[in-house]
Ligand binder design. Structure first.
Ligand code: TXA
Ligand code: MG
Length: 339
């Protein structure tokens, strides 16, 4: 039966990531359209990275500021060589962590085919080889580098299921490939390799401790000072996307909560959380940081209920994936730009 046009424009097509779904995704991407697809970290909003028009479509669909550069995804580490100039450290980290939740920022190669919009005016490019089997199959089949930010409206919580993407972007994305929930649950770790010393731009799915294990003694990255609750005062200028409040649920978020009020939702961690919240979700009763990361964004969405005063988040240890969790929570709690 025909649906009214209004219904058609509100709902994107959501398909399982089977043969037919992948074929449709490849056709759309080759035609310059957008496709949302699962990676091991979060769902990405993908487009042909070599097409200015396709990449411009990503910025428009997300309402993303043009100064915030995009990560370009490749099927294998060897495939980045035409786009960027890898150094020894890049090769070492790629060997250790790709495919996987790691993004490397490298100098753009001159004459590189990637749309300049992906670099947003910088002379660098962020590259990643994702490990999720659906992302792998899509990239191998489409034969194009794919630019993909997280598939959410700018500034909001990243999507870890196809349903989150549909709710955030609606028909702004013609097709969502459904590959189930993303296993890592927080975005990739972003490492800047454009200066002599590597720098951590965003903690993420690969723990800083593991990255340092793969680096020689003179290049190890210092753990960043977690800094004040307002990341705008301390964000590294080298990563433009980290300058504003981000990952924000609609409710205000309160950090380091040791007790909770009856009109608050509690984002708990570990055994014996304080009692008395209107609703409590525990990221990991056993204190497992990997499990907590995988549940973080779903839990923030589930606690974001009308009628409550806010979300109170218990302290999370600043180690392993706890760094990425705390980074996202601090940004979600940061003062918001006027809307
Ligand atoms: O896990 C992920 O990284 C996901 C999946 C889809 O791959 N993508 C993702 O993209 O999180 P996005 O756009 O939401 O975040 C990319 C971050 C932003 O903070 C951006 O500013 C930074 O990487 N970035 C991208 N290109 C950069 C560059 N050339 N120099 C510095 N930072 C860059
Ligand atoms: Mg994002």
């Amino acid at each position: 039966m025909n649906k009214p046009d209004s219904a058609r424009t509100l709902a994107p097509e959501v398909r399982p990531a089977d043969e037919a779904g992948l074929e449709r995704a490849v056709a759309l991407l080759r035609a310059g359209d957008l496709v949302a697809f699962p990676t091991e970290t979060v769902y990405g909003l993908g487009a042909d990275a070599t097409s200015d028009k396709a990449v411009a479509g990503i910025f428009a669909a997300k309402d993303r500021p043009r100064f915030n550069p995009l990560i370009v995804h490749f099927p294998a580490a060897d495939d980045i060589a035409d786009a960027v100039v890898p150094c020894t450290t890049a090769r070492r980290l790629a060997e250790a962590f790709w495919p996987g939740p790691l993004t490397l920022v490298l100098p753009r190669r001159s004459g590189c085919r990637i749309s300049l919009l992906c670099s947003a005016g910088l002379d660098s490019l962020a590259v990643r080889v994702p490990g999720h089997p659906v992302a792998q199959r899509l990239l191998a089949r489409v034969g194009l580098p794919i630019a993909a930010p997280s598939a959410n409206r700018a500034g909001r919580v990243s999507p870890t299921t196809a349903e989150h993407v549909a709710r955030s972007l609606g028909a702004r994305v013609p097709l969502i490939l459904d590959g189930g929930a993303c296993p890592v649950g927080v975005e990739s770790t972003v490492i800047d390799l454009t200066a002599p010393r590597p720098a951590l731009l965003r903690p993420g799915g690969v723990a800083l401790e593991d990255i340092n294990d793969a680096l020689p003694a003179d290049l190890k990255i210092d753990a960043p000072d977690p800094g004040p609750a307002d990341p705008r005062s301390s964000a590294p200028a080298r990563s433009p996307g980290l300058l504003t409040s981000h990952y924000a649920p609609a409710l205000p978020l309160r950090l380091d909560a040791k007790e909770v009020a009856a009109d608050e939702a509690l984002l708990a961690f570990g055994p014996n959380p304080p009692a008395g919240a209107a609703v409590t979700l525990n990221l990991s009763p056993s204190g497992d940081l990997r499990k907590a990361a995988a549940r973080l964004f779903q839990s923030l969405r589930d606690l974001d209920r009308p009628g409550l005063r806010g979300i109170a988040a218990m302290p999370i240890p600043e180690r392993g994936l706890g760094r990425a969790i705390n980074d996202r929570l601090r940004r979600a709690a940061a003062p918001r730009p006027p809307s």
